[in-house]
Design a protein. Structure first.
Length: 272
């Protein structure tokens, strides 16, 4: 599959030289719910001042922290070894990626995929204490492991599913090795205050989102567009089953030139 290089990347693509930057491990979650117009995802538009994906609509997520691996986060669900097989990496990294996904989603949206035990999920995160914890986590003043323990909670690793794996093209000055996950909005929870990294956010029917991107009314990076297309044919109630049925392919777009025009060439495997 060939994707035209977005206008904002043309300068970087044409000037690429030297060794590529080592990509940073990252996680993002496509949080979905069923709406009147079909499945909806929570999307945020990144501040124009952000160094990466400025002005783009993205899913909640961000870079993995060292503490996501090193700290003993209370955990329920498939063990790290099982996640390692699913994500095709060692168990320690897999655990860190899952923790990062849940932590970043809470920091950026207030949606918390955790409960008091393996069969429950917290139903309300709107209180002042929870909202203050979001800021403390984002500022690095609070460890996610301590946040959960202080409230008698465990991370519910069974509430998310692995969806895709994308690596930023080699010519980009900032690169991420990103695992995409999916999760349904837990019953009773609502999205909280807007993340400081975003200037706009909302639940959006995916069919309408894709039409807006096609019409040039919204900007998204190719992995986000493709993920929206893939998720749009499912329902929130069965999204984890859909994720479990997927084969995770590592996609690292390559820069190619055809008739003087630059493209990103990808091999998306058999699930698209």
């Amino acid at each position: 599959m060939r994707i035209p290089v977005p206008q904002r990347l043309l300068a970087s693509a044409r000037e690429v030289e030297g060794d590529p930057v080592e990509p940073r491990h990252a996680s993002t979650i496509i949080v979905v719910r069923d709406g009147a117009e079909g499945i909806e995802a929570f999307l945020m538009r990144r501040q124009a001042s952000m160094a990466f994906a400025a002005g783009m609509y993205v899913f909640p997520g961000g870079g993995m922290h060292e503490s996501d691996i090193l700290h003993d986060v209370p955990w329920s669900g498939p063990p790290a070894e099982e996640w390692g097989l699913r994500l095709r990496c060692d168990a320690g990294l897999a655990r860190g990626l899952v923790v990062a996904a849940v932590r970043e989603t809470f920091e950026e949206t207030g949606v918390l995929l955790a409960g008091s035990d393996a069969s429950t999920v917290i139903a309300d995160t709107s209180g002042a204490d929870m909202q203050a914890a979001r800021d403390a986590l984002e500022d690095g003043e609070l460890a996610f492991s301590d946040f959960l323990r202080e409230r008698g909670l465990v991370l519910r690793a069974d509430l998310i599913g692995a969806w895709a794996h994308w690596i930023t093209p080699a010519f980009e000055p900032r690169r991420y090795d990103t695992r995409f996950f999916v999760a349904a909005l837990p019953a009773g929870q609502k999205v909280g205050a807007l993340s400081r990294e975003a200037d706009q956010a909302d639940w959006a029917p995916l069919d309408r989102v894709l039409a807006a991107v096609e019409a040039g009314e919204a900007a998204m990076m190719p992995p986000t567009v493709i993920a929206c297309r893939e998720v749009a044919v499912h329902e929130a109630g069965t999204i984890l089953q859909a994720a479990a049925a997927r084969t995770i392919h590592t996609v690292e777009p390559r820069l190619v030139e055809v008739d003087g025009e630059l493209f990103l060439e990808t091999d998306l495997g058999d699930d698209t």
